[in-house]
Design a protein around this ligand. Structure first.
Ligand SMILES: Nc1ncnc2c1ncn2[C@@H]1O[C@H](COP(=O)(O)OP(=O)(O)OC[C@H]2O[C@@H]([n+]3cccc(C(=O)O)c3)[C@H](O)[C@@H]2O)[C@@H](O)[C@H]1O
Ligand SMILES: Nc1ncnc2c1ncn2[C@@H]1O[C@H](COP(=O)(O)OP(=O)(O)OP(=O)(O)O)[C@@H](O)[C@H]1O
Ligand SMILES: [Mg+2]
Length: 446
């Protein structure tokens, strides 16, 4: 009785209600516990489930599990416990399935083998533990020993369940704290007033022009949503400057490498932006010439893929060179299109598209950039276009999400401090840390 008293006290003290799913003990666990006066308040039910059919019918144990792992298996015990927990008003479920003897089971499982499962529901999460034990003795000695063993181990596994729940709560808390801190660092916000953001960012461009004494804004228009939005903001800013009596011009640049596959999108973006001026500069000759000069200077590449990747970054830097050439000649500021999603992932070419004088999209998640585009009246096809850096000639129009290994939805959720999957969190955090050098000034001695 000492064990039964102790377990009853434990259940009452911890406000636990028990359900059992018993195969070889066939109700003995509940029956034993019920010997203790007052134990009833901690018992919801005891199910005796012998046949595979009843295990399936009352507990939802799958026939596939039974076939694959055998009736006497921890897999079956675990599904029995899950069924007992789900189908009843209980916080803890005990399950067992075994060979009490005297006849052996259908397979080679030795007599006296019992598989156990303990399942707990804590704060809505389920925690499962399993064990397999072998008991000596006659059929009924095995059954009683198994029933007592299931009860005896209950406090142990309940404590493990509480420990792991606390641990995962702390982990979740600290993960969310990391997420929040990075969001703050990148000036991300979970909610924005779209109209206000458009005005604020347009006015910001005007202010920078005024304070820097520069009269021109310069930006490459790719046909992607970032340059579409930044380009329209730039055009609105120069128009506002002109309304204030100042001289101001926006120079939009087409910067294809050879023939751009999505040239129609670039043209649609220009039609929407209505820039003061358009310059069309093909960067292929300059990019290829640099690669060829490197190679004739003795530079070699590991393989064609590496050569193509390096050429991709050369293209991005060539675009930067072209934009700065125009800015230099016109007293202009080069606009960068980096937003918080790309900043978080360091997904830009250092001193390529990452180089700029002014970054009006800072802090916006990708979906927020799209919202600004929509509000500005950009064509839906551009607003919703799948992002591509489109730098690799061997993989034209390769989607950013393929290269990043995580979706923009997940990146945006991370930035907007919403819950993300563990996998996404880990990928994002690893990438964020690895690319920290791109968000900082060059490493200097002090
Ligand atoms: N810890 C560290 N501290 C200081 N410097 C460090 C460093 N680790 C690498 N570096 C240096 O950084 C340089 C590599 O950086 P980088 O040249 O940028 O090259 P990398 O990051 O390798 O490539 C740029 C990536 O950005 C993507 N991208 C580029 C342009 C536009 C877009 C888009 O979304 O449109 C995306 C592109 O597809 C590619 O995956 C190397 O010189 C390397 O040694
Ligand atoms: N073919 C191109 N022509 C002109 N500018 C380009 C071209 N490709 C890239 N750029 C410049 O480099 C920037 C970075 O490219 P990125 O792909 O991140 O932005 P995007 O194309 O505007 O939008 P998305 O990321 O949705 O594709 C562009 O915003 C644009 O200013
Ligand atoms: Mg793009």
């Amino acid at each position: 009785m000492e064990l039964l008293d102790r377990i009853t006290d434990y259940l009452i003290d911890n406000e636990l209600k028990l359900a059992t799913a018993e195969s070889c003990t066939a109700g003995l666990i509940v029956s034993e516990l019920a010997r203790v006066p007052g134990s009833g308040q901690s018992i919801d039910c005891g199910l005796g489930v012998y046949s595979p059919q009843s295990k399936n019918r009352y507990l939802g144990v799958s026939f596939d599990t039974i076939e694959r792992y055998g009736l006497t298996s921890e897999a079956v015990a675990s599904e029995m416990a899950a069924g007992a927990l789900n189908n009843n008003d209980a916080d803890v479920a005990l399950a067992n399935t075994g060979i009490a003897g005297p006849n052996p089971g259908d397979d080679d499982t030795p007599i006296g083998t019992v598989c156990f499962a303990w399942a707990f529901c804590h704060d809505g999460d389920h925690h499962h533990y399993c064990e397999t034990r072998r008991f000596d003795g006659t059929r009924n000695e095995v059954r009683l020993a198994a029933a007592h063993y299931a009860l005896e181990r209950l406090p142990h596994y309940h404590r493990l369940c509480l420990e792991s729940a606390t641990q995962s709560q702390e982990e979740t808390r600290s993960r969310r704290a990391v997420q929040r801190a990075i969001g703050v660092q990148l000036q991300a916000r979970s909610d924005i007033d779209v109209r206000y953001e458009i005005e604020r960012r347009r006015d910001f461009l005007c202010r920078v022009m005024q304070e820097s004494g520069q009269s021109t804004l310069v930006l490459g228009i790719s046909g992607g949503v970032d340059s579409t939005v930044a380009g329209r903001l730039a055009q609105l800013a120069v128009e506002q400057r002109r309304e204030q009596g100042e001289q101001a011009t926006f120079v939009a640049m087409r910067l294809p490498y050879g023939v751009q596959q999505d040239a129609d999108d670039a043209n649609a973006a220009l039609a929407f932006i209505r820039p003061d001026e358009v310059l069309d500069v093909n960067i292929q000759a300059a990019s290829d010439a640099l690669l060829e000069a490197l190679e004739s200077g003795g530079m070699t590449f590991k393989d064609a893929h590496q050569r193509d990747f390096v050429l991709g970054n050369v293209k991005a830097r060539q675009r930067m060179v072209a934009q700065y050439a125009v800015a230099g000649a016109r007293g202009g500021l080069v606009i960068g299109t980096d937003q918080a999603a790309e900043a978080l992932m360091g997904f830009f070419t250092k001193y390529g598209d990452g180089a700029c004088d002014v970054a009006p999209l800072t802090g916006l998640s990708k979906r927020q950039v799209r919202l600004l585009g929509q509000q500005l009246g950009a064509p839906d096809a551009l607003v919703n276009k799948a992002p591509t850096a489109d730098l690799e000639s061997l993989a034209p129009q390769k989607l950013d999400e393929v290269a990043l290994g995580v979706s923009y939805e997940e990146i945006d959720d991370f930035l907007e401090n919403r819950e993300v999957s563990e996998r996404a969190f880990d990928t994002i955090l690893t990438t964020y840390r690895r690319t920290g050098h791109k968000r900082r000034l060059p490493i200097a001695p002090d």
